[in-house]
Each structure stands twice: as structure tokens, then as C-alpha cells.
Write a protein that binds this ligand. Sequence first.
Ligand code: GDP
Ligand code: GDP
Length: 470
Amino acid sequence: DSTKRQEETKKGIPKTRIIKRNVPVVAIVGRPNVGKSTLLNRLTRNFRSGAIAVDVPGITRDRTYHSAFWNGIDFELVDTGGLVFEEGKDKVPFIKEIREQAMIALNEATAAIFVVDSTVGVTELDIQIARMLRRLGVPVLVAANKCDEEQRALDANEFWKLGLGEPFPVSGIHGSGTGDLLDKLTEYIKERGNGVQGLDNQIDEDNILRVAIVGRPNAGKSSILNRLVGETRAIVSDIPGTTRDTIDTTIQRDERIYCFMDTAGIRRKKMVEYGTEFFMINRAFKAIRRADLVVLVVDAVADIVEQDEKLAERIVEEGRGCIILINKWDLVQKDEHTYEKAQKYVQTRLAGVSWAPCLFVSAATGQRCEQVYNTIESVYEQYSRRISTSVLNQVLEEAILWNPPSTSKQGKQGKIYYCTQVSSKPPTITLFVNAPKLFKENYRKYIENYFRKSLGLEGTPLRLLWRGKK
Ligand code: GDP
Ligand code: GDP
């Protein structure tokens, strides 16, 4: 076992296995700007968690999954982010990665919707894509998009040329024709089964440890995720904020199943004009809410700013476990004080989560990335811990002995009778006292810290409820 670990460490990539989704996947393909995102939003009717359609060509660059339901069938639509072959090379960045992502999506797909633009007609690129799709042998539905008006439906006929059967005239904007398309699609899915390869064992949803990866654009969230997962799932690039949706990646590692939620992060101010800022912050916040614990990624060579603080605050408000990754450590000039200084800086600026363990990592070199899993496990253990009432009260007694509650100006002394844990995730302890107002903030902090130290609760919020006598 230890040699296995050593090997993993050497490679810097932990051993993981991607878990196949349990629902059929339908890939949406097509060249950029034909209206894939718009159609996808229309088909899922879910503007909030769906892809964001913005008038910037090729904005959807990652594989993002969207749940859909039609004719009693659950399935997922995956946006492949625009298939660009050689022609587009100069126009759209990371074309190779886009193709790679599209291929992964198509390989796991039960069916594909090939979106074309009826206002443009058949293009050379459409023909190339059609050829590729025929070779893959996946059932394909041709959606002739932008048939907004009745007479446009005739334009769809041109796409018979693609040799992929009857084209469906649709309008992503108005929704017309989408019902027929979905009818045909669910028919295909019924015929083919869900196309999912058997899982070794059924996944118990309750057994999944949900981890949100949050941080500012460019902090390295996607790179970290790739390190943790060991597969190119999210595209990494130098352009801030490539990852625009929450991408859930479920993996199994040893006995544990992890669901990583890679969030879009919080956009820089200049992105506000694209109108997506609201969605971005919202997504990060939503991911924090859905998570058991949060990996907060900060950039070692950038200052901590308000956006980082906002995320930290939200983690505390939601009561989530937290790990801080100080990423890009490879770029830092180090002397003997560097670690201490960096840690102090982060803990001071992100005071709300000053209890969270800090790891100095480099997603680029893989340095210490293997420790992330161990830290996740230990934080999760603390987060879910149940402590016996007798242990709690021993600790409490000790704390009071060292530092008894003070007496108020009116001569009343605070008394703590006993305490008990009322819930976990995060650990929540009720203290029964004579009068809560006799306990000032600094004394409450003292008790909290004493519990933390004595019980080894360093990566989880700890909630203390001060209850007076009725
Ligand atoms: P993608 O790059 O393929 O995902 O394309 P988008 O969904 O971002 O759409 C590209 C452009 O086409 C946007 O300006 C959309 O508003 C427009 N568009 C999408 N669907 C329709 C449609 O059904 N009718 C019309 N007229 N325009 C559409
Ligand atoms: P995200 O926006 O938070 O998902 O950030 P990305 O993962 O896309 O990373 C942003 C940029 O930082 C990319 O150019 C990465 O190659 C680079 N990067 C990420 N992690 C590291 C690291 O540990 N060291 C260095 N030198 N660069 C990194």
C-alpha cells in the first residue's frame, strides 16, 4: 500500500476513477454561433442552472451537463462548446481542447443533436461535422435552428444534404418545433436503452462527499480540479474565467465517492457588461450551499481582494467545512519566513475562516496536490463528528477553570451549567447558561477556541448556541 501511495505521489496525480452518469446523455454539437446554447436553454427550460447564452461566439467552452425531462424520460444534455475544425484555428482559442471535449461528450452520448443555422444554409464545416458524426455511428437529429417564422421551415429542407435524415425546423428563441425534436429524441433513447455501462456498485447518493471548488477567476480552480481528477475535464487556459458553469465531476477514490463542483468563480468587474456577473456569484454561492466542504483556491502571487472575502464569509454563513489552497506556490520566491507570512496574510484577510487548514500547492507542478485528499478527509471527519456529552462537559469544565466568566458591573456572574451537541455538519453545541447577555463576544470566542483546540476541530465551523434559563 505504501509503495502504491509513493507511486501516486511521484506522479503527482492521485488514482481516481470517473463515474459514469446514470442517465442517458445527449450531446449537442455544431459549429459556433448556430444557437446551440439558446436551443439548449430552450430544451432544458432552465435558464438559471443552464448555460449562459451571450452574444459572444464560442463562449461555452466546457462540457456542461443540463438535466432534461421529456415523455417520462430523464436525460442530460451536454453542450460541447462548438466544434471547430481547421478553418477556425485563428479565430477561437484552444480549438484542440474543444474538439477533445466534444469527442469525449460524443463518446458517452446515447444520441446527438446536430444544430445547424437555417439562415446560413449548409456550410463546409457542417459537411465535415456530418461526416464525422456518421463515422461515429451515434444516432443524430439535425436541428435546423433559427426557423423563427413559418415560411422559414422550408429552409430546413436544404439540410437533407447532410445525409443524416429528416431535418427538424426549430427556433431556439421561440421554442417552435422543439416538441417534435424532443419526441423523436426520446424515441431514440427508448430504443437504445440509456447506453450507460454498468456501474460496479450502485452509488448511494447519501455517501457522496460534495466538494465545491471556489475562488476568483484565474486562481487555478480548473487546474486544481484536473489534478484531483486526473483527466482533462475542464479546459484550462490563460483566459480568465473559462469555466462558466458549475461542472460536477463525480469520482471514486478508494472507498469514497467525491463530487467536485467546479464553479465559475466571481467575474472581474469588466465582465459585468456581458451580464453574466450575477450568475457567476450566484453559482459560487449555490455550490457552497450544496457542498459539504469548500476548497477555496487563492492565488499565491495575487493580493486577496473583496471577492475572496465574500466567498469566505459565505462559507461561514452556510456553515461549511473549508480548506484553503494557496495555489501557484511554484511562482513564489521563498525564504525561511515565506510560509509563515503567507499563511498569516491569508488568515488575517480571510478572518472568518481563519480556522481552515492552508495548503501551499501548485496545480502546475502537482506539488502537495496529493495532500488535498487527506485534508478533505480530515476536515470532513471533523465536520460530521459527534462528541459525547461527557467529553464536551469535561472540556467545558477545564475551559471555565482556566478562565472563569467575568462578573458584570451589576455584580452578576455568568454561569454555564452544561453543554451538549445538538447537531453535526457543522458541529453545533448548545450551552445552557444563567443569562446569555452576561457572556461577551471575547469570552464566547475563548470558549469556541478552547473547544476547537481540545477536540481537534480545525477545519470546520463550530456553532455555539448560548441558551438562558426560561
Ligand atoms: P452557440 O455558439 O451555437 O451556442 O450559439 P448561441 O446560442 O450563443 O447563439 C448564437 C446567436 O444566434 C445568438 O445571437 C442568438 O441570439 C442567436 N440565435 C439562437 N437561436 C436563434 C433562433 O432560434 N432564432 C434566431 N433568429 N436567432 C437565434
Ligand atoms: P480558474 O479560472 O480558477 O479555473 O483558473 P485556471 O485553472 O484556468 O488557471 C488560470 C491560469 O493559471 C492558467 O494559465 C493556469 O495554467 C495557471 N495556473 C494554475 N495553477 C497554477 C500553478 O500552480 N502554477 C502556475 N505557475 N500557474 C498556474
